[in-house]
Design a protein around this ligand. Structure first.
Ligand SMILES: *[C@@H]1O[C@H](CO)[C@@H](O)[C@H](O)[C@H]1NC(C)=O
Ligand SMILES: *[C@@H]1O[C@H](CO)[C@@H](O)[C@H](O)[C@H]1NC(C)=O
Length: 206
C-alpha cells in the first residue's frame, strides 16, 4: 500500500514544486539599489516630519543621511562600511556620537528575498509592493523601477521625492568633524532617522 502510494505522492510533490516555481518566476523582484545615488526623502513618523538627504555610495563603502527636522536642527548620520558610524551636528553644540557596528552599510541587493505582495496605487504611482522580514514594506514604481516609498514596521514612512542615479557627494563632505574623534564611543541603536535599518542589519547578522 505504502509502496503503491509513493509514485502518487512524488507526482503531487512534483506538481506542487513546479507550480511553486511557475508562481515565483512570474513575480517581480525589487530592483537592486544603484551603486551610487542621491535621494531626497520626505519622512513622516507619526506626524513628526523631516527631510533626509540620502547619499548612498556603495563603491566607496559609505552612506550618509543628512536629516533636517521640520523647523529644527540638522543632524548628520554618516556610516562607513567598516562598521564605524558618526552621528553629529555642525552647530555650536558640537555634538557627536560614534559607534562601531558589527555590520556595514546596506548592500545594493539588500531587498533580495523580499515577499511580493502585489500592486498598489501609491500617491498616483502604480507600484509593486514587497515586505521583508516583517521589517520593511517597499514600494517601487512598476515602470521606472524607482522606489516610491518604504515604511518601517515602526510606522516610519519614507517618501522618495527625488532619486538621482549616479550622483555622488564630494569627498570633503564625508569628513566627520574633529570633535567626533575625541569622544567615548556610544551605542547609536536609538539614534538616527533610519535607525530601523540598523535593526534590520542586526537581524541580517544574527
Ligand atoms: C503623517 O502621518 C500621519 C499618520 O501617522 C498622518 O495622519 C499625517 O497626515 C501625515 N502627515 C503628512 C504631512 O503626510
Ligand atoms: C572606518 O572608516 C572611517 C573612514 O575612513 C574611519 O574614520 C574609521 O576610523 C574607520 N574605522 C575603523 C574601525 O577602522
Amino acid at each position: 500500500m505504502a509502496i503503491r502510494r509513493t509514485p502518487m505522492v512524488i507526482l503531487i510533490f512534483l506538481v506542487f514544486i513546479s507550480g511553486a516555481q511557475i508562481a515565483t518566476a512570474d513575480e517581480p523582484v525589487p530592483a537592486p539599489w544603484p551603486h551610487q545615488f542621491h535621494a531626497l526623502l520626505f519622512m513622516n513618523y507619526s506626524g513628526d516630519l523631516s527631510m533626509i538627504d540620502l547619499w548612498y555610495d556603495w563603491p566607496n563603502g559609505r552612506n550618509f543621511n543628512i536629516i533636517q527636522e521640520q523647523l529644527g536642527a540638522i543632524t548628520y548620520d554618516l556610516e562607513w562600511n567598516n562598521g564605524t558610524s558618526f552621528f553629529y551636528t555642525l552647530d555650536s553644540s558640537k555634538s557627536c556620537r560614534s559607534a562601531q557596528l558589527e555590520v556595514g552599510i546596506l548592500r545594493p541587493n539588500w531587498l533580495d528575498g523580499a515577499n511580493y505582495l502585489g500592486q498598489q496605487l501609491v500617491n498616483g504611482f502604480h507600484c509593486n509592493v514587497w515586505e521583508k522580514v516583517d521589517f520593511i514594506w517597499y514600494y517601487e514604481d512598476v515602470e521606472t523601477k524607482r522606489p516610491v516609498q518604504w515604511i518601517f514596521y515602526t510606522g516610519r514612512e519614507a517618501h522618495v521625492m527625488t532619486f538621482e542615479v549616479g550622483a555622488v557627494l564630494e569627498d570633503e563632505k564625508w569628513q566627520a568633524p574633529v570633535y567626533c574623534f575625541n569622544k567615548e564611543k556610544k551605542s547609536l541603536s536609538t539614534e538616527g532617522s533610519l535607525r530601523e535599518f540598523r535593526g534590520y542589519k542586526g537581524m541580517a547578522v544574527s
